[in-house]
Structure formats: structure tokens, C-alpha cells
Design a binder for this molecule. Structure first.
Ligand code: SF4
Length: 352
């Protein structure tokens, strides 16, 4: 992205968020540090032109290009960093390799150590993002996230491979499901006060937020809440976030930012409300099937989940539908299990 586009994007977000107390500007790649000079210009521009606005900056990096200068800069400017690391050396070097084929673990660990040594307090606020690939040694990844001296102190996000736009659904083997079930069971025990939370693996801890969100969703969308709904997905495009590409085009999020069909405006013309409306009403294409569906009030299928070769299709929506229902059944049963065994959701809400 050129400097002018980046700064215009900043001006756009500022002029469209005057009622919002705090905003976050995220730098996306590939690898954002390939454009370190541009990042510096954007941060400086924001600080000089919008000193009254609370702004957080974040980025996700593979940590391979991080120099001493970059380390000093991100600490000084309190840039929130998410480190991509897929597991111990044996796993990372299989899935994250340099152009020449050599594994990246040693380089990443070396740079992360430097960051930690430079400012341990800042380092503790960084996060890791781990993608569990089908067929990977997931128990080795779990042990690494829970016990590695360098990485285990950080909060971890653990995700599956992003399957947006893929024709085939990604399939994980039994070892993945066995491990996740075991760790989720430990999470249940911890939520019920039977074991300490630090006995729960980091691969399962984020699931607690999902259980709480499902409980909330049951309250607002369930039979006691909304009577009217439409399954168009969880977000209103452009309302809480907007992704700006190198040419200044807007998209609802990074997951579908490579498809022209999903543009929702640009820096020259602003938001395209007709496109946003169409995107919001994307569930219309399966109106008949959805109106007969038990999951109607809870369905989170958004345009990203029904994308096939750059277009949102009814066929793809229906192909994904059984998987969506299975996820929902599992989430609803988690809430019911926790209620049955006496987990106090009300108290948890009050404490939040
Ligand atoms: S689960 Fe499938 S049929 Fe049910 S509301 Fe969602 S998309 Fe429609």
C-alpha cells in the first residue's frame, strides 16, 4: 500500500468514528514488517493529527524480519503484537518455511528471545496465534504452548486452518478430536471449581469465551429473546470493522478481502450501502430451507462461509449447513452441561 492510500484510510476511519471513544488500527500482511517504514508513518500521522483520539495499533507477525530497530520501536509505541507460531521446532519447520525450504523456528525463537530480553513486561502482553493443521502432531503443539519456557507465558489463540473459499471441507483426524475433547473436559472441571484453571491446556481455554457467548446468544436470540431474525451472519459489514486493501477498496473483513464481489466501497466514494444491504441479506438465497430450520435464531453463517470461487452461492451455503448445525449443537450442549452441573452463568456475567 502506498503512503497516500494508508493516510487517507486513517482519515476515513477517523471521520467515520467520531462517536467512538477508542479505535484500533491493525496492519495486515502477509508479513506487516515488510512495510515497517509505512507502519512508522501511519503511527506518526495518527499521533500528530489525532492526538485527542484513543488509538490502539496491532499486527500479526511471523517474527522472521524483526530487527533491533523494530523491537525498540514496537515497545516504545506499545504496538500490540500477535506472534504466529505453529508449535515446537518439529511442527513449525514443517508448516512455516522460508522460500528456500528451510524451517523458520530457529529464527523466530531467536527474535522472540530478543524481544523478551529487551522488555519482559511488554513481552508478557504479546499473544501467540497457532494454526493447527490437519495431520499435525497436536499433542506436541499442546505441550509446547503449555510448557515451552519462551512461549508458554503468553496468551494463546489456537485456530483451525481458514477454509474460506476452499471447495473441500478441511478434515481433522481422530487424534485432534480426542485431544480437544480431553482438554475441554478439563475446562469444564475448572469452570465447576473441581480443578485449578492452570491445569487446563491453552488449546482449550479460549473455549470458555465461546461457552459464555453461547449462553448470551441463547438469552438474546433464543425463545425468550428475539422473535424475528435472519441468518445473515454475525456482523453488519463496515459497522465495527473495515478492511482496506492496497488500492483503497473496502471489505467487511480480511477473510474475504481477495474477492472483488465483496467490496463494500472505497476511499473515493465511501461506503456502498446497496452492497452492504445485499451482503446483510445474503440469507435470502436459502429462505425456504432456513425458515424450516431449528437453528434459524442462532445461525452464524456469514458470507465468508458460503464463498466459492469469489462468489457467495446457495450451493455452498447448503453444503456448509450440516457442519454449522453440528457446531451449534456442540455449543448448546456445552451450555446445558454447565447449567446442569451448577455453573453460575449469572454470577459470571456480573463479574464481567
Ligand atoms: S443452519 Fe443452515 S438452514 Fe439453518 S438457518 Fe443456518 S444456513 Fe439456514
Amino acid at each position: 500500500m502506498d503512503e497516500q492510500t494508508a493516510l487517507r484510510a486513517v482519515d476515513f476511519i477517523m471521520s467515520h468514528s467520531s462517536e467512538v471513544e477508542e479505535i484500533t488500527i491493525g496492519f495486515y500482511g502477509g508479513e506487516p514488517f515488510l512495510e515497517f517504514e509505512l507502519i512508522k508513518k501511519v503511527v506518526q500521522y495518527v499521533k500528530e493529527l489525532y492526538p485527542e483520539k484513543k488509538v490502539r495499533f496491532n499486527l500479526t507477525t511471523n517474527m522472521t524480519l524483526v530487527s533491533d530497530e523494530i523491537i525498540e520501536y514496537i515497545i516504545k509505541n506499545n504496538i500490540e503484537v500477535m506472534i504466529s507460531i505453529d508449535g515446537p521446532e518439529s511442527v513449525q519447520d514443517k508448516y512455516r518455511v522460508f522460500a528456500g525450504g528451510q524451517g523458520s523456528y530457529a529464527k523466530v525463537a531467536q527474535n522472540v528471545s530478543k524481544l523478551c530480553e529487551k522488555d519482559a513486561e511488554y513481552y508478557r502482553k504479546c499473544m501467540t496465534n497457532t494454526v493447527l493443521s490437519p495431520g499435525c502432531d497436536c499433542e506436541a503443539v499442546r505441550d509446547f504452548l503449555d510448557h515451552d519456557e519462551l512461549f508458554s507465558p503468553l496468551t494463546s489463540m489456537v485456530t483451525q486452518v481458514n477454509d474460506v473459499g476452499l471447495k473441500e471441507q478441511i478434515e481433522y483426524d481422530d487424534s485432534y478430536y480426542k485431544m480437544m475433547r480431553r482438554e475441554k473436559f478439563k475446562l469444564f472441571l475448572a469452570m465447576l471449581g473441581e480443578i485449578e484453571f492452570d491445569k487446563v491446556s491453552k488449546v482449550a481455554r479460549q473455549h470458555m469465551a465461546t461457552i459464555l457467548q453461547t449462553y448470551q446468544m441463547l438469552k438474546t436470540n433464543g425463545t425468550d429473546g428475539l422473535k424475528i431474525s435472519h441468518p445473515g451472519g454475525p456482523c453488519v459489514p463496515g459497522k465495527k470493522r473495515v478492511f482496506v486493501d492496497v488500492d483503497g477498496n473496502f471489505y467487511p473483513c480480511e477473510r474475504i478481502s481477495e474477492y472483488e464481489n465483496f467490496q463494500i466501497g472505497n476511499l473515493d466514494e465511501g461506503f456502498d450501502y446497496d452492497r452492504i444491504r445485499n451482503m446483510l441479506n445474503v440469507g435470502k438465497c436459502t429462505r425456504k430451507e432456513c425458515l424450516d430450520c431449528w437453528a434459524f435464531l442462532y445461525c452464524g453463517t456469514c458470507i465468508a462461509n458460503m464463498t466459492e470461487e469469489g462468489t457467495a452461492t446457495k450451493a455452498m451455503r447448503m453444503r456448509r449447513c450440516p457442519g454449522e448445525k453440528n457446531v451449534l449443537i456442540s455449543q448448546l450442549s456445552d451450555v446445558e452441561i454447565m447449567k446442569h452441573y451448577g455453573f453460575d452463568f449469572m454470577q459470571m456475567e456480573e463479574e464481567k
